[in-house]
Write a protein that binds this ligand. Structure first.
Ligand code: IMP
Ligand code: MG
Length: 186
């Protein structure tokens, strides 16, 4: 029998964060959130579709508190480049007035997405608003944002896996891997 290829996509360069590292870190984040919000009765994890889905579903299972989740869909990317313009494609359903909201995203790059969405959410009068992201490409930030909970700081790679994609490919990988953009064909 042929040996299975190392990666199921030929544009993968290398693993940046392993499955085990993600598992351990997500558990720590969940416990930290649970401790910080132990007296909250209106906790909402608000995920940005579609990249945050894998992260948020793992994260919430480590938050042993009453809570709910909701999603919004926003876009600013085409391939591996941010356009800087953030469009709301579909809004959340929950009326967040008076809620403790944690905005959850897969990765912070320029920061435009979280910056724009946070401003919009604050207009809707939550009791509190914090930001949680699995990954942070700190050196790429173009706006000043506060990330209250993050999983890993990573260098300036374009990455896929654990929910993150390049043109919808790569979300199913259980680890975070960098993309070799020279090998990537649309
Ligand atoms: P920002 O608005 O530039 O901070 O970009 C954040 C959004 O861009 C994230 O929600 C991701 O959907 C996407 N993004 C940024 N960098 C990457 C990456 O390396 N891989 C996959 N998606 C990314
Ligand atoms: Mg996204």
């Amino acid at each position: 029998m042929d040996k299975a290829p190392k990666f199921p996509y030929d544009f993968i360069d290398k693993v940046i964060v392993s499955e085990e590292e993600i598992r351990d870190r997500v558990e720590v984040l969940g416990r930290q959130i649970a401790a910080d919000y132990h007296d909250s009765r209106n906790l909402l994890l608000l995920g940005l579709l579609r990249g945050s889905v894998v992260f948020i579903t793992d994260l919430m299972r480590h938050i042993h508190l009453p809570m709910t989740m909701d999603f919004m869909s926003v876009s600013s990317y085409s391939g591996s480049e941010s356009s800087g313009f953030v469009r709301i494609d579909s809004d959340h359903k929950t009326n967040i007035q008076g809620w403790d909201v944690i905005l959850v995203d897969d990765i912070i790059d320029t920061g435009y997405t979280v910056h724009t969405v946070s401003k919009l959410l604050l207009d809707r009068k939550p009791r509190s608003l914090k930001v949680c992201a699995l990954l942070d490409k700190e050196e790429r930030h173009k706006v000043d944002i506060k990330i209250d909970y993050y999983g890993f700081k990573i260098p300036d790679y374009f990455v896929v896996g654990y929910g993150l994609d390049i043109d919808e490919k790569g979300r199913n990988l259980p680890y975070i891997a960098s993309v070799d953009l020279k090998k990537y064909k649309k």
